[in-house]
Each structure stands twice: as structure tokens, then as C-alpha cells.
Design a protein around this ligand. Structure first.
Ligand code: GDP
Ligand code: IMO
Ligand code: MG
Length: 425
């Protein structure tokens, strides 16, 4: 029953989409298990770029069944727009399935997300304002509306009445906004979305298990990343789901024993969008070079990503939290022109050397990185397709990084294109 999880090991945008697409070639099914359209996963195939938010990154292969699992929060308008975008570009989306148990993001969730952020002022999280937090809050409050509720007009309207009797009080009394009319909203969602969504609604849990039992390969595509995880990330500067590999279990309805390969994805440096601690963050020209060369602007929101050197302390923690079996390193080519490259191997906190991620976040805020500085390779890697194409300094960099994180690096990406990677080890 071969199941693989692809998971981000930093703060997102590591290149999960690229490697999901790459690995998907040998899979039958690709499943998203958490998050929503806060994700932006980029695939570049034959020079053509696809930026996916909700639809799994295996969709470009006609034989793959892309599945949006129960743990995902789905904006039906966004889903239909993304399907149309793909269809216009000649991609067949007819295999797409959506769990009836996935929760819906409604327009009031997006409105609340923006209002909460404004209310927080300087303490804002820098969310994507896609309504993710409010939708998962409603799910936890048992006020959420699920995809399957769309199938019955009366149930859908009744559920909207129930949730809005609460949410309208928040909108009007806390935020001084107009209330949402549940009947008008029900009419709008069902008239504009039901025909498109209905054929996708599936019992995805049994679908996934039938596939696994038939010996087919299923890939679980994480969105966001380990340090944006609601439980294990840099709370409160996190998303509202569990992107870590274990999240694939509740988010798709599999058990831990189904998973036999867990591939972590890390950039050769780090980026973060939004607020929160970031020990190796750079505010200098090296950081600007990473942003410029790596085109570090959000796939989804266009925001400049904060850059920094790769942090092995965090990666070692990600290895533990996700029980990673291997790591893929992306964007090695972005460091091609650097005279020297750095790996953070430990932190100094109050004069002490610390090799594990501090348990108290206030310590993380005071952590100063201890770097191992290595000579750069100063050579174009974008055409490298095998390990022997790499210059000695790039090999040394990868070997030291591998020693630091303690698991094998198996794949290295040297450009955005599907073919720009090499097998390592
Ligand atoms: P994801 O959210 O983890 O799927 O990552 P994003 O798609 O948000 O961001 C990764 C960006 O880096 C995208 O623009 C990719 O096309 C690009 N990319 C991925 N791998 C590489 C690589 O090895 N080198 C370079 N230069 N770009 C890459
Ligand atoms: P992919 O899948 C990078 C960040 C936001 C913010 C925090 C909470 O492309 O790697 P949210 O809207 O989820 O409530 O925002 O999480 N964030 C991401 N950062 N990549 C992502 O997705 C992200 N999804 C959310 O910037 O800091
Ligand atoms: Mg992204």
C-alpha cells in the first residue's frame, strides 16, 4: 500500500508543487489533505507556468486522480475558477474529486479574516486573507458548512441561518459591518456553484483506500509547511491546519501505517511570508540577491518573501516532527553567484550554544545563528541533471547540509522547470 507524503520543512513555498508534479508521474492519485487557497504551488512544464491553489499538483497528468481531501477548506468559487483556468489551458480536470466532508470557505470567512487582521493592527499575522482561519474556526466550533451540505438546498440554507445568527453578531456588533443575508447567500452559492461542484463530490476516504488496496501509489501533497503548523509552528504566526506529515491522516482519512515514504522539501535557503520569528533572516544585500534571483514574491498574494540562510536547527526539528525519510533541496541554483554560502548549524541563546529548536518561543526570538560558512561554487547549475555535473563546492555544501540534518538528501532542484533536477545519493 504505497503512500508518499510531500511536506514543506520551512515556512512554505519550498517547491512542493514542483516535486509533487515530478513524483506524480509514477502515481495514480494525488491528494491535498489540508489548507485551502492560501497555498500557491507552481509548476513549470515546457516553459509554461501553472500556479495552483486548491487543485492537487498532479492534475497535469491525464491518468492521475486529483483529490481534495476532507481536511481541506474549499472556496467553491475559487475551485470552479481554477478548473476553468486549467481547462482553458488544455488541462483535463474531469478526474478531479472533492470530499463531501471538506468544509466550505464562504465570503464572510474572507471578510472576517481581513477584519481580524485589521483589528490586530501591529500584531497582525500577515495572513493571505483567504478566510482560512475563520473557516477552520467554524469547523472547530461545529458551525462549519460542508461540501455535501450543498446537495440539499434546505439543509444548506438552514446551516447558513445557524452560523450567520452568530457570525452576523460579530460582523455588526464587533466590527460595525452590515449583516449577511443567509437566503441571498444560499441562492448565490447554489446558483453559481452547485452545477460545477456536484459532479466532483465523492466519498474520498473509500476512494483513497480502494486505490491503496489495489497497490496503486498515492501521493499526499502538503500545503504550507512544518513551521506554519497550528501545533508545531511558530504560533501564533502559523496557519490554522496541520501541514505536517501526520496531518495527512485526519486530512485524508488514512492511518499512520499507510504512509511509507515522507519527502521533506527545503530550499537551499529560507523564505517566509507574513510575520513571525525567523532566526536566520537577512536584511542585507545577500537577502536582496536571494529575493531577486529566486523571484521570491508570493505565487498567490505577490508579497515579497523574507529571505535568510538555510537553518539546519529547524530542519532537524522538521525531520523529527514529520518523521522524514528523505529530503529534497530546491533552488540550489539561486546561490550560484554567491562568493560564500552559509548553513546555520546551531543558535546562540544567552551565551549558550543550542542545537535543538528552543521549546520556548521567546528564546527563538533571542536566538542568534551560528553559521558554517563555505566557499560558493560560482557556476551556473541550471543545466545540471546528475550529481556528477555539480562542482566540488556545491557537493561539499550538500554533504554538510545532509550531515547537519541527519537524513539523506535524495533530490536536488536546480531550476523551476520539471526537468531541472538531479538524483542525489
Ligand atoms: P510551493 O508553495 O512549495 O509549491 O512553492 P511555490 O510554487 O510557492 O514557490 C516556489 C517557486 O520557486 C516557484 O516559482 C517555482 O517555480 C520556483 N522553483 C522551484 N524549484 C526551483 C529551483 O530549483 N530553482 C529555481 N530558480 N526556482 C525554483
Ligand atoms: P504554500 O502551500 C507561504 C502564511 C501566511 C501567514 C500565515 C497564516 O504555497 O507553501 P493563512 O492565510 O494561512 O491564515 O496565513 O501563513 N502562509 C503561507 N506562506 N506559503 C504558503 O502556502 C502559505 N499559506 C499560508 O503568509 O504568514
Ligand atoms: Mg507557495
Amino acid at each position: 500500500m504505497p503512500a508518499t507524503v510531500v511536506v514543506g520543512t520551512q515556512w512554505g513555498d519550498e517547491g512542493k508543487g514542483k516535486f509533487t508534479d515530478l513524483l506524480a508521474k509514477d502515481m495514480s492519485m494525488v491528494v491535498r489533505y489540508q489548507g485551502g487557497h492560501n497555498a500557491g504551488h507552481t509548476l513549470v512544464v515546457d516553459g509554461e507556468k501553472f500556479a495552483l491553489q486548491l487543485i492537487p499538483s498532479g492534475v497535469l497528468y491525464p491518468y492521475i486522480v486529483p483529490v481534495i481531501g476532507n481536511g481541506v477548506v474549499v472556496d467553491p468559487f475559487v475551485l470552479l475558477a481554477e478548473m476553468k483556468m486549467l481547462q482553458r489551458r488544455g488541462v483535463d480536470t474531469s478526474n478531479l474529486k472533492v470530499s463531501g466532508n471538506a468544509h466550505l470557505i464562504m465570503p464572510y470567512h474572507q471578510q472576517l479574516d481581513a477584519l481580524h487582521e485589521r483589528h490586530l493592527g501591529k500584531a497582525k499575522l500577515g495572513t493571505t486573507k483567504r478566510g482560512i482561519g475563520p473557516a477552520y474556526s467554524d469547523k472547530s466550533m461545529r458551525l462549519g458548512i460542508r461540501v455535501q451540505d450543498m446537495l440539499d438546498e434546505d439543509i444548506f440554507a438552514e446551516k447558513l441561518h445557524t452560523v450567520l445568527s452568530h457570525t452576523n453578531k460579530v460582523l455588526t456588533k464587533v466590527f460595525n459591518r452590515l449583516p449577511v443575508d443567509p437566503d441571498k447567500l444560499a441562492e448565490k452559492v447554489l446558483s453559481e456553484c452547485l452545477d460545477g461542484i456536484k459532479p466532483l463530490i465523492t466519498d474520498t476516504v473509500n476512494l483513497i483506500h480502494d486505490s491503496l488496496e489495489a497497490g496503486q501509489h498515492v501521493l499526499f501533497e502538503g500545503a504550507q509547511a512544518t513551521f506554519l503548523d497550528l501545533d508545531h509552528g511558530t504560533y501564533p504566526f502559523v496557519t490554522s491546519s496541520n501541514p505536517t506529515a501526520g496531518g495527512a491522516c485526519p486530512g485524508a482519512g488514512i492511518g499512520p501505517r499507510h504512509i511509507d515514504r515522507i519527502l521533506g522539501i527545503s530550499k537551499a535557503y529560507v523564505t517566509r511570508v507574513g510575520a513571525g520569528p525567523f532566526p536566520t533572516e537577512l536584511f542585507d544585500l545577500d537577502g536582496d540577491r536571494m529575493v531577486d534571483i529566486g523571484a521570491e514574491y508570493g505565487t498567490n498574494t505577490g508579497r515579497r518573501r523574507r529571505p535568510g540562510w538555510v537553518d539546519a536547527v529547524m530542519l532537524r526539528h522538521a525531520v523529527r516532527i514529520n518523521s522524514l525519510s528523505e529530503m529534497a533541496i530546491t533552488k540550489l541554483d539561486v546561490l550560484d553567484t554567491f562568493e560564500t554560502v552559509k548553513i546555520c548549524v546551531a543558535y546562540e541563546i544567552d551565551g549558550q550554544r543550542v542545537e535543538k529548536l528552543p521549546y520556548h518561543q521567546s528564546d527563538l526570538h533571542r536566538a542568534t545563528p551560528i553559521y558554517e560558512e563555505l566557499p560558493g561554487w560560482q557556476q551556473d547549475l541550471t543545466a545540471a541533471t546528475q550529481a556528477s555535473d555539480l562542482p566540488p563546492n556545491a557537493v561539499t555544501y550538500l554533504r554538510i547540509l545532509e550531515e547537519q540534518i541527519g537524513i539523506p538528501i535524495t533530490l536536488v532542484s536546480t531550476g523551476p522547470g520539471r526537468q531541472q533536477f538531479l538524483n542525489w545519493n
